[in-house]
Design a protein around this ligand. Structure first.
Ligand SMILES: Cc1cc2nc3c(=O)[nH]c(=O)nc-3n(C[C@H](O)[C@H](O)[C@H](O)COP(=O)(O)OP(=O)(O)OC[C@H]3O[C@@H](n4cnc5c(N)ncnc54)[C@H](O)[C@@H]3O)c2cc1C
Length: 330
């Protein structure tokens, strides 16, 4: 399968890139991965995406973005990319189903995954009380107690959503102040179901068949206590999904892909956008903005390649062998 522009990832970055590349008549191929629509589909309410006076559901937002891109000629493909060869063009992508996709330009929009706490019991009790998605699993905790771990916007947003169902919610945070935006803090402090445990970290998730509690340690006093709970929702940051490009694309120490201000990676023709690049803002709108930039750059890159090819053909017509490399090829 060959495409002019392959886009790995179908979150706000990938789908916006798809919209722009499709409107440039490039018929981009969006490889959707394990999470079609991306991380935003795991939140119930998005209040800060411009254009929606009333909030919009995360799934609905991603679905609308995809339909808009498809309307202009983007194609979607359900596969996970397991291996890439970016050392020669066209670039080669291998899927988990054993197919090969070649592409003249590539946009990496693989996002970031929720960071795990990395404590005993977390993996064993995943989906048995440990969850990273309040929207998906909140309903199962009706009239139950849950612990949310973290102090940023995601922790508060998802915590507030969970209070619709649960009888009590304890937010465990490693500091004594929250990082979340003022409006989220106001809502959280005003919510009668929310209780705050400051300066503590979770050291173990307890339970046999299902979660029954968490062991927490106070970072100031070293005191260890047990909180009884039926569920644990960690919201403590993200890890970029960049392992696929480990030896090929330049990355920072945390694994975020490095691009210049025009979303160009160290390999000409490969662009990156969204949470796989951005460790600061991590918003749907910033991911979408970067997706737009990456697609416009890919369009210009391909136009430049085509122009250079034509020049080579003209030269060949005159039986003069000319190899013309693009200016930005290093
Ligand atoms: C609980 C929660 C609530 C949030 N609330 C808000 C909010 O209210 N407002 C806001 O602006 N932002 C919010 N965010 C942040 C927002 O979801 C992200 O910033 C945004 O989704 C990033 O978009 P992205 O396209 O870069 O990556 P993602 O949305 O993470 O998408 C990554 C895509 O890459 C695909 N992928 C990964 N690896 C592969 C592979 N190997 N092969 C093929 N495909 C692959 C995945 O399947 C996925 O489709 C929230 C996040 C969370 C977790």
């Amino acid at each position: 399968m060959h495409t002019k522009v392959a886009i790995i990832g179908s979150g706000p970055a990938g789908l916006t890139a798809a919209l722009y590349a499709a409107r440039a008549n490039l018929e981009p191929l969006v490889i959707r991965g394990l999470q079609p629509g991306g991380l935003i589909t795991t939140t119930n309410e998005v209040e800060n995406y411009p254009g929606f006076v009333e909030s919009i559901g995360g799934f609905e937002l991603a679905d609308t973005m995809e339909r808009q891109a498809v309307k202009f000629g983007a194609q979607t493909y359900d596969a996970i990319i397991t291996h890439v060869d970016l050392l020669q063009r066209p670039f080669t992508l291998m899927t988990d189903g054993g197919e090969t996709i070649t592409a003249d330009a590539l946009i990496v929009a693989t996002g970031a995954s929720p960071r795990k706490m990395g404590v005993p019991g977390e993996d064993v009790l995943a989906n048995r009380g440990v969850s990273y998605c309040a929207t998906c699993d909140g309903f199962f905790f009706r009239n139950k107690r849950v612990v949310v771990v973290g102090g940023g916007d995601s922790a508060l947003e998802e915590g507030l959503f969970l209070t619709r169902y649960v009888s009590e919610l304890v937010l465990v945070h490693r500091r004594d102040t929250l990082r979340a935006s003022a409006i989220m803090q106001e809502r959280a402090f005003a919510n009668p179901k929310m209780r705050f445990v400051w300066d503590n970290v979770v050291e173990e998730v307890l339970g046999e068949e299902r979660v029954t509690g968490v062991r927490i340690r106070n970072l100031k006093t070293d005191e260890v206590t047990t909180l009884e709970t039926d569920g644990v929702f960690p919201y403590i940051g993200h890890v970029p999904n960049s392992q696929l490009f480990a030896d090929v694309l330049d990355m920072d120490a945390s694994g975020y892909i490095i691009t210049d201000e025009r979303r160009r990676t160290n390999i000409p023709g490969v662009f990156a956008a969204g949470d796989v690049v951005d460790h600061i803002y991590r918003q749907a709108i910033t991911a979408a903005g970067e997706g737009c930039q990456a697609a416009m750059e890919a369009t210009w890159f391909l136009a430049e390649q085509e122009y250079l090819l034509k020049k080579t053909e003209t030269a060949q017509g005159q039986e003069v062998a000319v190899v013309v490399a693009p200016d930005n090829w290093s």
